[in-house]
Structure formats: structure tokens, C-alpha cells
Ligand binder design. Sequence first.
Ligand code: AMP
Ligand code: FE
Ligand code: FE
Ligand code: ZN
Length: 279
Amino acid sequence: MAQGFADLHIHTNYSDGFWSPAQVVERVAAEGDLAVIAITDHDITDGVAETQAAAAAYGIEVIPAIEVSASEGRRPIHILGYFVDIDNAAFLAEQERVVDMRVERMRKMVAKLADFGIVVDMDELLAYAHRGIVGRLHLARFIVERGAVASLEEAFRLYLSDSGPCYVPIGSHTPKGAIEMVLQAGGVPVLAHPGTSQVDELIPGLVSSGLRGIEVWHGAHSPEQSRYYASLAKKHGLLASGGSDCHGPGKAEVLIGKVKLSLDIVEALRKAAGAKAAS
Ligand code: AMP
Ligand code: FE
Ligand code: FE
Ligand code: ZN
């Protein structure tokens, strides 16, 4: 059995992380005992291959993954997909559809901010993001740097949080559609950070749609929440997974190192993906 631990939820600057793949790998390697990571950028797998190439020098495995944005009404629900096929043409086409929807959604959010007297130039904002994978964290950074708000915390609290006046859902997927996107790409769908949104009552329906796991351990989960979601995973026959959800410096603290999973969890996810591929 390989030695070490896993962190299965890390972002790069291909979505709204602050670090490039090489910088993520440096930080992961510095941790010393992380043998496996997953790159889970929002709605895109562009950063996976580059991270794998950087990690090879350290003998660190990078699981190809994604965090698919879905919404139930206005409420965001994130579905992680592990061991997805990043060369799958339909999967890549679906990612492109979401990129376009993210840009359109951001235009609407920018228009809402204008109603509050905050003017954002869309082209300048898009320059913060990798080819249209633009999200609320980019927008929050932008208005902090232009002096319209004092901090990221204030940007979300006043305008951009899920219940904020300038939030617009991306609208690209229902939770069922997000699960189907992951399954179609040969991946294992896992519900992300249930402790950060009120999603418990949706879990039975998600299981019927093909959900295979739940993020029990997460950078923002308290020990009590982790215990609670471990029991829910058991109750529904779901794999218990987890990760730090590190976005690098700048969002909050660097979270790499905060969640260290047993490699047994990686093998259970790998087996679930393999069983699906073989069926
Ligand atoms: P989006 O995919 O554009 O809706 O943006 C979602 C991202 O915004 C999350 O992954 C977080 O990185 C960030 N985010 C959402 N809510 C908050 C918040 N209250 N404070 C800080 N960051 C947040
Ligand atoms: Fe994010
Ligand atoms: Fe998320
Ligand atoms: Zn995330």
C-alpha cells in the first residue's frame, strides 16, 4: 500500500484559484505527506494535464476531476466528478457550453452591480479569468482592487453571496444534469461541501440520479459536520470523500494540508470509476 494522504478538492487559476498548476504542486509537495490530489476546477478540466505534468517530478498522483456548478432555483449545488475522461468530446463540448453561460451570467451580475453604482468593465474583468471561466471570486477581487469595497468578505456580504442582490445563478445545470455530465464522462459524482448549503433533503433524489459519494471532510466543515455527513453517507450507501477546497492565497487562508484523507478513499473512488467503465 502506498504511503501518504490525499486532498481531493483543489482549485487552480484555470478557474477561480489564485495559483497556477505548478504553484499548487509546489505547495502540495511542501506538505510532504500528500501522495494524491484532485484538481477540481469549476466547470473545466483545462488545468488537469498541466498539474499532472508538474506533479510527476514529485511522484504525486493527480486525479482528473471537475466541480460542476448546478443550481436548484437560486441555490448553488456543486457536484464533484472524479476520474473523468478529460479527452471525452461530449464532456469537453459541455464544458464549452458552460463557459459561454458563465460569461452571459457575469454580464448580468455586472449590470446589477451598476445599479449600486459599481461600474465594472467586462473586458477588464475577463482578463482576470482563464478564457471565460469567470466567476464570483474574480468579480469580488476586481471590485476590491478598484476600491469599490474594502475586502472580499465585504464584496460577498453586500453584493455577491448566494442571497446577495447581485447574485445570478449560472443556470447551466440542474443537480441531476450535473451528475449526468460526470457519469457521461466516466466519472464518479460526489456531492461537494454539503455543510455549506442546505442540501440534505435533496440527497435521496441525487442518489436516484446516480450520486455515488458525499464530501464528508471539507476545509469549511466543522468536526461535528464531518461526523454528521459521515453518518449520512453510511445511511445512503455513499462513499465518504473530502478535500480542502483550497483556492490558494487571497480567498482566505491556504487550505492545503487542512484535509488529509486515507488513500483507501482514493482506491474506493478508483474502483467505482472502473466498475462503471467495465459495465
Ligand atoms: P461561482 O461559481 O461564480 O458562482 O462562484 C463560486 C465561488 O465563489 C466559490 O467556489 C467560492 O470560491 C466563492 N464564494 C462563494 N460564496 C462566497 C463567500 N460568501 N465568501 C467567499 N467566497 C465565496
Ligand atoms: Fe471556487
Ligand atoms: Fe464548491
Ligand atoms: Zn471548490
